[in-house]
Ligand binder design. Structure first.
Ligand SMILES: [Zn+2]
Ligand SMILES: [Zn+2]
Length: 76
């Protein structure tokens, strides 16, 4: 599967944000964030986790925009 930034077209073989643990819900690296209900939020991650991924260097700001890649879309 491939994730692609809708804005610039950069793609990743896995969702880069999930390479770091989530500081909010405690999801380990490689797992999706969990909602309070316990269900996995497929394709969604906490904003704080996105910031952690940026800080860890696994995710970089979108070229041309001082913002993280947006709407990483799962492409099968
Ligand atoms: Zn989370
Ligand atoms: Zn981008």
């Amino acid at each position: 599967m491939t994730f692609r930034c809708r804005r610039c077209g950069e793609s990743w073989p896995d969702h880069p944000v999930t390479r770091v643990p989530c500081p909010v819900c405690g999801a380990p690296a490689g797992a999706w964030c969990r909602r309070p209900s316990g269900h996995r939020a497929w394709g969604e991650t906490h904003v704080e986790r996105e910031r952690a991924a940026l800080a860890a260097g696994v995710l970089r700001m979108c070229p041309g925009a001082a913002r993280p890649p947006e709407q990483l879309k799962l492409e099968l």
